[in-house]
Design a protein. Sequence first.
Length: 260
Amino acid sequence: MTLNCIRRGRGRPLLLVHGLGAGWRSWAPIIEQLAEHREVFAVDLPGFGDTPPSTGEVSIASLSDSVADFIREQGLDGVATAGQSMGGRIVLELARRGVGGDTVALDPGGFWSDRELAVFGATLRPSIALVRALRGMLPSLLGTPAGRTLLLAQLSARPWALSRETCSPDVAGLADAPSTGAAMDALTKGPKQQGAPAGTVPGRVTIGWGRRDLVTLPKQAARATELFPDAELHWFERCGHFPQWDAPDEATRLILENTD
C-alpha cells in the first residue's frame, strides 16, 4: 500500500508519523516550523487521513511495515523519524528493526503495565465514543474553553488554552478515521513494545514525555528508557499527551536538535 504523504520545505529529510487521530494533520501545529529547516515527509497511516484502510490485520507490526515500505519506496534509507503516541511507538519499532536514522518519539505507547493498559482502554474508548456521538457539535464545542476542557482533559495539560484550529483535526480524526477502532485494539490487545539492546539502533534515539500525560503515564518513561538504553529522555513540563499542542516550540526544537 502506498501511504498518502505531504511534503514541505527543503533540506535533510524528516519523516513524521502520527498517532490516533487526524493523520498527517496532527502535525499541523509545528509542521511549517519544521519545514523551515528540513524537507518534511508527513504520512497518513492506513485507515487514517487520506490513506485507505489496509485489507489485512491492523497491528503495530503491520503499521510499522507500511512505514518501512514507504521509506524504501521513496528512497529514504537512513531518514530521521519523529512520531507521537502510536506514531512514537512505530518510530521506536523501526529503530529496533534498524530502519531509519535518528529517532524522536513523543509520548510513545507500548510501555504500559497490565493495569495501566486496562485503564487506558477503559478510559479512552468511552472518550472516542463520546466524540463520535458529538461529531456534529464538535466545531462549536471546541470553539469554547469550556468545551475544550470537557473533551480534551485527558489529552492536554491546558485544554482551555488551545485554539480550535490546533486540536480539531485530531479530535475529528478520532471520530472519522476508519482504523481508529482497529488501531485501539492493536494497542490494547497486541504485544507490548520490544526494546533494542545498547548499540543496535541506527542513530540517536530521543524520547520526549509530558509530565502531565494522562494517556501514556510519565512513570512509563522509565520502562521505555530501560528497553531502549541508548535513548536520551526529555521531559516536557506542563505538557500532556500532545507536545505539539501544549509545547509546540519546545517540540519543534527537540525534533530539530536531535535529528540529522
